[in-house]
Design a protein around this ligand. Structure first.
Ligand SMILES: NC(=O)c1ccc[n+]([C@@H]2O[C@H](COP(=O)([O-])OP(=O)(O)OC[C@H]3O[C@@H](n4cnc5c(N)ncnc54)[C@H](OP(=O)(O)O)[C@@H]3O)[C@@H](O)[C@H]2O)c1
Length: 303
C-alpha cells in the first residue's frame, strides 16, 4: 500500500511508519515546517501547514490510505487560552483541510484512519462506555466531537473513515508514561485523588496493530475504541506500576495538589474517569497482544 501519515514525528507516527516500512509499504509523510529536519529513511515528505490551510494536494494523488495523527500535544504546558486554541485548531482545522483535500483528489485513497481520543466520552465514573455511548461534557469532549466531525468531506466523497478513540498509550518512548516514572522511581509514587477514576489504556504495539487492521479491514468504519479490554482504576494502575518498578506506592497525590501542579489539565485528564470497552474490535475478532495492565507495563518498560 501507499500510505500517507500525518503527525509522523510523534510517538504513534514513528512506530507506525517503522511497522509499515518493515512490511514493504510505501510511506508519504505530511510534514510541517518545523518537522522538515526529521529523518525517516525510505519515506517521501510532502509539505503542509495545517493551521494556515496550506497543503500540496497534487502530491497526495494516487495513495491507497491515510493515517491522520497530527495534533498539538496535550501535556507539556499549562492549559491557558492560547494552548487550548492550539489543541483545538491543530485538530479541527487540520482534519478539515485534510478531509477536503482528499475529497477533491482525482485518485482518492479508499480509507482515512483518523485519531480521536477516549476523551470523547468525558468524565463518566464507572459507566462502561462503548462506541454507541454518548459523548461527554467539557473541553476535551468538545474537541473530540469537532475533530471527528471534521472528516465529513472525506466520508461524503466515499472514503471509508475510521475514528480511533485512543486511550492512554503505554510506551517508554514518549506520551504520558515516561513522565510518570520519576516520582515512582524516587519512591514517592501513589494514586492521584481518590484513585477510583478509570484509566483506559493501550500499549503502543497494540495501537499500531489496530491502525494496521483499520487500514485493511473494510468492515471497520466510524468510531472504534482503541483501548485494551481491561480498563483499570488509577489505584490499580498505580499498584501495577509500583510492582513493575519494584517501588512503593503509598504517597497519594491529593486532587488539590494535582490541580495546583497541572491546572485545568488535572481535572480533564488525571482526575477524569473513563471506562471504555473495545466493543467493535472485539466484534471484529481482534486479539490483543497485551490485555492485562501489569504485563502491558512490563512490556512497555522492558521489565
Ligand atoms: N499518546 C496518547 O496517549 C494518546 C491518547 C489519545 C489520543 N492520542 C492522539 O493520537 C494522535 C497521535 O498521538 P501521539 O502520542 O503520537 O502524539 P504526539 O507524540 O504528540 O505527536 C503528534 C504529532 O502531531 C504533530 N503536531 C504537533 N503539534 C502540532 C500542531 N500544532 N499542528 C499540527 N500538527 C502538530 C507533530 O507531528 P509533525 O511534526 O510530524 O507534524 C507531532 O509529532 C494525537 O492526535 C493524539 O491526540 C494520543
Amino acid at each position: 500500500m501507499k500510505v500517507i501519515v500525518t503527525g509522523a514525528t510523534g510517538l504513534v507516527g514513528r512506530a507506525l511508519i517503522r511497522s509499515l516500512l518493515s512490511d514493504g509499504h510505501e510511506v508519504t509523510r505530511l510534514v510541517r515546517g518545523e518537522a522538515q529536519g526529521f529523518r525517516a529513511p525510505g519515506t517521501k515528505a510532502v509539505h503542509w501547514e495545517p493551521e494556515k490551510g496550506v497543503v500540496n494536494a497534487q502530491e497526495l494523488e494516487g495513495h491507497d490510505a491515510v493515517v491522520h495523527l497530527a495534533g498539538e500535544a496535550l501535556a507539556g504546558e499549562r492549559w491557558d487560552e492560547e494552548k487550548k486554541r492550539r489543541i483545538r485548531e491543530s485538530r479541527v482545522k487540520g482534519t478539515h483541510l485534510l478531509a477536503e483535500t482528499l475529497a477533491g483528489l482525482k485518485e482518492k485513497p479508499s480509507v482515512l484512519v483518523s485519531a480521536s481520543a477516549t476523551g470523547f466520552y468525558g468524565d463518566r465514573g464507572d459507566e462502561v462506555l462503548r462506541e454507541e455511548s454518548a459523548s461527554g461534557e467539557g473541553f476535551l469532549s468538545e474537541v473530540c466531537r469537532e475533530w471527528e466531525k471534521a472528516t465529513l468531506a472525506a466520508s461524503q466523497a466515499g472514503i471509508r473513515v475510521v475514528h480511533l478513540r485512543i486511550g492512554f498509550v503505554l510506551s517508554a518512548d514518549g506520551g504520558g508514561l515516561p513522565q510518570m516514572l520519576t516520582p515512582f522511581k524516587l519512591g514517592v509514587g501513589g494514586r492521584v485523588g481518590s484513585g477510583q477514576q478509570y484509566i483506559s489504556w493501550i500499549t503502543l504495539d497494540d495501537l499500531v496493530r489496530i491502525i494496521r487492521r483499520a487500514l485493511e479491514d473494510e468492515h471497520l468504519r466510524g468510531p472504534v475504541n482503541a483501548v485494551a479490554p481491561n480498563a483499570v482504576t488509577n489505584e490499580e494502575f498505580t499498584k501495577a506500576l509500583g510492582h513493575v518498578l519494584g517501588r512503593p506506592t503509598f504517597l497519594p497525590l491529593p486532587a488539590f495538589a494535582a490541580r495546583l501542579a497541572f491546572g485545568e489539565m488535572a481535572d480533564a485528564i488525571l482526575l477524569s474517569s473513563t471506562r471504555v470497552e473495545p466493543a467493535r474490535l472485539e466484534e471484529a475478532g481482534y486479539e490483543f497482544s497485551h490485555p492485562e495492565i501489569e504485563e502491558a507495563l512490563r512490556h512497555a518498560l522492558g521489565k
